[in-house]
Design a protein around this ligand. Sequence first.
Ligand code: ADP
Ligand code: MG
Length: 385
Amino acid sequence: MKLVEYEGKELFAKYGIPLSKAFGVIKNREDISKIKIDSYPCVIKAQVLAGGRGKAGGVKIAKDKAEAEKIMEKMLGMKMVTHQTAGKEISVDEILICESANIEREIYLAVTMDRKAGKPSLIACAEGGVAIEELAHSNPEAIIKIPVDPETGLLDFQARELAYALKIEKEVFCSFTDTAKKLCKLFIEEDASLAEINPLIVTKDKKLIALDSKVITDDNASFRHKEWDNIPDRESSEIEKEAKEIGINYIALDGNIGCMVNGAGLAMATLDTIKLAGGDAANFLDVGGGANVDQITKAFKIILKDPKVKAVMINIFGGIMKCDNIASGVTEAAKNVNIKVPLIVRLEGTRVKEGKEILAKSGLKIHQADSAWEAAKLAVQLAGK
Ligand code: ADP
Ligand code: MG
């Protein structure tokens, strides 16, 4: 799960990572006049799940109350496109107001999982800030990577070596090594897949402050983080949330062919096959290994909630679940749900002959295909453009 800046900063505070003073978070217009801002200039920041806000008008400085209120009015509800939103507009529903810092220097510091090494990796760069992506591209040697042992965390000598490599000023040297160790501790204990501070700044009066946060937690660890239940799910659409509740893996996509598949691997292959046939899937949907009538019915309902869907392709491999059981499930479910779009079914595996017979005799208008390729071509043709 991706956390917004102020939620990430709450975690930073828990681990003692130094922050600039925050005056509060605003979620609706009534709060604009109520927020108490103690000092100016202040900084007003859009709380969205994408970086690059600085360059997209999502980080503004206000010199007094009147200007702050004007910016807040404008920013709340604003639609934003940053270089990280893939051309999509995202709506600003929350804004954070904090103290403005006198920046002397911006550093990049993050912990992420290094899959190759099989352990966390601390990543740092002497020049942080809004241009870090360009720098990583043009001058990759400037990025320093340090492996972190998850049992010991970042060791003192590693933190010191990094501080020397980044030419950290003596006034903030200890604060820096301490912050680096704390960020690693946070990453490990909070089951994060990313914990990033960009920028970590040195102020003109020589203080180290984490000015921004980006934290992503690993959903697989949710069983040991009951506190995550209180964090709003900002990423999922309404349909995705519904699917999650009934235990179906569903991700909405941009195409017009609804897919129902058992197994994540087959689901991925199905999306590729549809693409190869010249079409685009409307969703990724894995009903799981033991799909029953109830789940298939629910999956149908979820797929058909998306108005973009112009055909449904079912691609099921009967292994432990036999094809005849699946076929009965599909026909039962299709009767329960009023399907107005073409339904293409490809069954393969145990008792496939019996399964196909059930579909053929069901009285429903089902297009049967003998292979995934045939099914995909048919789905693309019937869905149209
Ligand atoms: P993003 O990463 O989404 O662009 P940041 O929070 O990193 O957003 O802000 C972008 C830039 O705005 C920072 O690199 C910094 O220069 C400036 N900035 C952000 N917060 C503050 C602040 N509290 N005081 C002064 N400058 C800030
Ligand atoms: Mg940033």
